[in-house]
Write a protein that binds this ligand. Structure first.
Ligand code: P6P
Length: 337
């Protein structure tokens, strides 16, 4: 492709503005919210890239509500995101993987332009010291309540109610991927100009199962249907699975971005003994499910579409199988047997 000239560059800023122009009644509040997430991600990227130099590697010495050891960068990324929204008129409240409870922000506006932002500030952070890609995941809902501190029910909305979802992958490149329900679009940060430049417009997951992604050490804890599915995809070595390979980096944003580009399936199933999943619904599974469905893929617990789940608590965990529609549907058939 000939080198793009400046006027060919679509940036995150201009793309959001273009999407906004499709809604003449829009006041740009939602667009500004997305832009602010982009700004926060640049700050997080900057800190993550220099973590070894800034002395912010390693553990923070605290345990979060998930019972996980917080990395210094977990706490830092969480603070950056909270500060980003703290003074935005349109954001009423936040929820974070790193916070026990929701955070109500001082708001100066009322009405229907009130949003809830939920996020995993730095997913995969236990990999940071090894310089493995990590990511920020975000989910945006509209407040159902039109004034005052939103009740918990405003947080516990189904994934189908999200107005936007996305992730930022901090890897060899920093890539911002989001959807507002009109396709999935990816932007690569050009560090020279400090702008996210459109690099993956209208992303669609290829209908091939190139990658199988799961933590195999958990195989003994899976139910029989999940074990049969894993064996079939990894070992049948014929037809659709002739060239399937295992790829799992233990950092979900990295695993899911790769599978979105190459085609494949990621699963973090429930433990058969407890029925418990590991991954969080509101700020991990649901936003990534919206991305994948918008890109032609699917996301399920094995028995229920992720986006249809009615959440019943903030840090709810779910089993997750997400990827090419064919594999998710095959998994659902095999675990139903
Ligand atoms: P395990 C990271 O902690 C995370 O939430 C995801 O990013 C990742 O896919 C998963 O957990 C890894 O979990 O049990 O395989 O180490």
């Amino acid at each position: 492709m000939p080198h793009a000239t400046w006027q060919d560059f679509e940036t995150l800023e201009s793309y959001i503005a273009k999407e906004q122009s499709l809604h003449p009644q829009s006041q740009g509040i939602f667009s500004n919210l997305l832009r602010r997430i982009g700004l926060a991600s640049k700050v997080i990227m900057s800190k993550s890239q220099k973590a070894g130099l800034l002395g912010v590697l390693g553990t923070h010495g605290s345990i979060n509500v998930q019972g996980e050891t917080q990395q210094k960068l977990d706490v830092l990324a969480n603070e950056v995101l909270k500060d980003t929204f703290r003074w935005m008129n349109s954001v009423s409240c936040l929820a974070s993987e790193e916070e026990d409870d929701v955070m109500h922000l001082p708001e100066r506006t009322e009405g229907d332009h009130r949003y809830i932002v939920m996020f995993d500030p730095l997913d995969g952070s236990s990999n940071i010291d090894a310089n493995v890609s990590v990511g920020t995941i975000f989910s945006i809902h509209r407040c159902k309540s039109l004034q005052g501190p939103p009740p918990m029910s405003d947080f516990l909305q189904k994934g189908t109610e999200q107005v936007a979802a996305g992730y930022i992958l901090y890897g060899p490149s920093t890539i911002f991927v989001y959807t507002t329900g009109h396709g999935v679009h990816g932007f690569t940060l050009d560090p020279v100009i400090g702008e996210y430049v459109l690099s993956h417009e209208d992303m669609h997951i290829p209908d091939v199962c190139k990658c199988f992604s799961a933590n195999d050490s958990n195989y003994p804890t899976w139910d029989a249907g999940t074990q049969r599915f894993a064996d079939h995809v990894r070992y049948s070595r014929e037809g659709r699975y002739a060239k399937t390979t295992s790829r799992y980096i233990g950092s979900m944003v990295g695993d899911l971005h790769r599978n979105l580009l190459y085609g494949g399936v990621f699963l973090y199933p429930a433990e058969a003994a407890t029925g418990q999943g590991k991954l969080r619904l509101l700020y991990e599974a649901a936003p990534l499910a919206m991305i994948y469905e918008q890109a032609g893929g699917a996301a399920s617990t094995g028995r229920q579409r992720i986006l249809d789940i009615q959440p019943d608590e903030l840090h709810q965990r779910v089993p997750l199988i997400i990827g090419t529609k064919a594999e998710v549907e095959l998994y659902e058939r095999m675990v139903a047997q």
